[in-house]
Write a protein that binds this ligand. Structure first.
Ligand code: GRF
Length: 212
């Protein structure tokens, strides 16, 4: 069975959705790596019998040193896919290029809108009608790799940043396992900074799923 490594920094609710859907997405979780020892996602992983590693940024003098240690661990684990699930670190181009086409991220906005932080408040401030989350391949530029899939929802007049965050988080939990399953089935490739699914070039948004 193909395998993946999941990288986290915090609660790990996306990790939990990947654990819960392991049978349907057909990819085993070989290990979970966190840059923070207190990340609750480590508890989730251990409860599921998954090996965990803490590679703390506090143990490394600079970003290059950290990414070297992370890269060595990833190389040893030799998984088919590296899944960033709330991993709150900017990765160096050297590390990203080493695993190009094998590393994906989930981001709480409809990329290319709102890379970075405070995505829900920014969508509200802009008066957007739609918001959601994106799974994309990781490239050296932050939150900029080619999209694979988006889940969208209409922003309602009653929404605030907290309610939007919760609504989008629920979509993330549905979307990530779908994308992982495509990868497990060998349907997903990144080529020339574009995403191919089932041999078809995807449009820039990726595959879009609309929700209420
Ligand atoms: C998610 O909103 C994800 O999109 C972002 O970080 C958050 C992680 O949440 N990259 P969790 O730790 O999976 O609950």
């Amino acid at each position: 069975m193909p395998s993946m490594v999941v990288l986290i920094s915090g609660s790990g609710s996306n990790l939990q959705s990947l654990i819960d859907s392991q049978v349907s997405h057909g990819m085993s979780i070989k290990a979970v790596i966190s840059n923070k020892a207190e990340a609750y996602g480590l508890v989730r992983a251990q409860a599921a019998g998954i090996e965990t590693f803490v590679i703390s940024h506090l143990d490394h003098a600079d970003r290059d040193g950290y990414d070297q240690a992370l890269g060595e661990r990833l190389q040893e684990l030799d998984a088919d896919l590296i899944v960033l699930a709330g991993f709150m670190r900017i990765l160096t181009p050297t590390l990203v290029n080493r695993f190009l086409g094998k590393m994906i991220n989930i981001h709480p906005s409809l990329l290319p809108h709102y890379p970075g932080l405070r995505t829900h408040a920014r969508a509200l401030d802009a008066g957007d009608q739609w918001h959601g989350c994106t799974v994309h391949f990781v490239i050296p530029e932050l939150d900029a790799g080619p999209n694979i899939a988006q889940a969208r929802l209409p922003i309602s007049a009653a929404d605030n940043a907290d309610s939007l965050q919760q609504r989008v988080h629920r979509l993330e939990h549905q979307l990530y396992p779908i994308v992982v399953q495509w990868f497990a089935e060998g349907k997903l490739q990144m080529n020339s900074q574009q995403t191919w699914l089932d041999g078809q070039l995807l449009k820039p948004q990726g595959m879009v799923f609309d929700h209420e």
